[in-house]
Design a protein around this ligand. Structure first.
Ligand SMILES: Cc1cc2nc3c(=O)[nH]c(=O)nc-3n(C[C@H](O)[C@H](O)[C@H](O)COP(=O)(O)OP(=O)(O)OC[C@H]3O[C@@H](n4cnc5c(N)ncnc54)[C@H](O)[C@@H]3O)c2cc1C
Length: 304
């Protein structure tokens, strides 16, 4: 496969053997075959068809703030929309935004216009695309609540619009097809008082700062909260707060955060994940489900 050929076909950028640690909030991850920043939908279609002709898998990522990438890297093309898919437009009560825009930027634009709804999501890192795939949420609120429709590039390279009703959203999950590339989304938001919106934002900011280890590199909550208890509570109560393996450590501020404290490897984080799951299961008979997304690991690595 001649990557130079693809490089010359697209208007965007293609970097060969790019370390994914440069593109994850963990600062962890081996190299991707190619890291591609397309300039347009046409670029995306060209990449998709080139990849399919050469039987190379493609993975679209956002800000990498929910990702654990293996030390061996990713044997595929990684696509990032962060550079060129960043438009945000408002018309009456509708907000249209492209998937590569930072979620925090989108939230700030809504707050500026006194649109209520997204302000409690202010501190969630990453892009709009990642937030929709993950159905990101905080403090009882979720991004999908305000969604009207999305545009996606499907696995055949065709742009399709889907209404929010056609997509299933639940706690930190959505039913987008595995190969869909989310291009943009439309939200309906209601106006409210500036004071109320800013109060909600400040309270969310304050709670986040006081409960999360924000000074350190992480991917946020590693596990979803089971119905019975918060994952952090369970991890704390099996005595694993502060437990470290290699350069990774279970945060002593929030036990559901595994931090990259000192040049951690993906293997260090993976070993902590396994240890936490086994220990919590032994004591509570609860299987912790991963919230973070893992890329580049052999199938079954994270089976509970
Ligand atoms: C300090 C910290 C705090 C956090 N707090 C929260 C929180 O309060 N609530 C919460 O929900 N999350 C939280 N997170 C996790 C994370 O920020 C969210 O899941 C975020 O929405 C991920 O967005 P991203 O752009 O970084 O996605 P990525 O991590 O890059 O990707 C996540 C998933 O989305 C897919 N994806 C991304 N963009 C696209 C696209 N355009 N098309 C198709 N697929 C795509 C990826 O393939 C991957 O499967 C936190 C993380 C950190 C580091």
């Amino acid at each position: 496969m001649d990557l130079q050929e693809l490089k010359e076909m697209i208007a965007g950028k293609l970097i060969e053997n790019e370390p994914m640690k440069n593109h994850t909030s963990y600062g962890i991850g081996g190299s991707a075959l190619a890291f591609i920043e397309p300039k347009s939908v046409k670029d995306l279609q060209l990449v998709r068809s080139f990849a399919s002709n050469h039987i190379v898998p493609i993975y679209c990522v956002g800000g990498g703030s929910n990702l654990l990438v293996s030390d061996d890297g990713i044997n595929g093309f990684v696509i990032s929309l962060e550079k060129s898919f960043k438009k945000v437009l408002f018309h009456e009560n509708t907000c249209y935004a492209e998937a590569g825009v930072k979620l925090s930027k989108l939230v700030k634009e809504c707050i500026k216009r006194n649109f209520k709804g997204l302000e409690t999501l202010i501190g969630i890192p990453g892009t709009l695309g990642g937030a929709l795939i993950m159905n990101a949420g905080a403090f009882g609120n979720e991004i999908s609540k305000y969604l009207v429709a999305v545009d996606i590039l499907n696995d055949k390279g065709i742009v399709e619009q889907k209404s929010a009703d056609e997509i299933g959203f639940s706690y930190r999950s959505s039913t987008f097809n595995k190969n869909d590339i989310l291009l943009s989304a439309e939200f309906r938001l209601d106006k409210s008082s500036e004071i109320e919106i800013r109060k909600n934002r400040d309270s969310a900011n304050q709670q986040r700062k006081s409960t999360q280890p924000l000074k350190y590199r992480s991917a946020g909550s590693v596990f979803k909260n089971p119905k019975e208890f918060a994952a952090g509570y369970l991890i704390d109560h099996v005595g694993l707060k502060g437990k470290s393996i290699g350069g990774a450590i279970v945060s002593d501020i929030h036990a559901n955060f595994i931090i990259n404290q000192d040049n951690a490897k993906a293997d260090d984080v993976m070993s902590l994940i396994k240890l936490i799951r086994e220990t919590v299961y032994k004591k509570y008979s609860i299987t912790l489900e991963l919230e973070i997304t893992t890329l580049g690991f052999p199938e079954g690595t994270f089976n509970a």
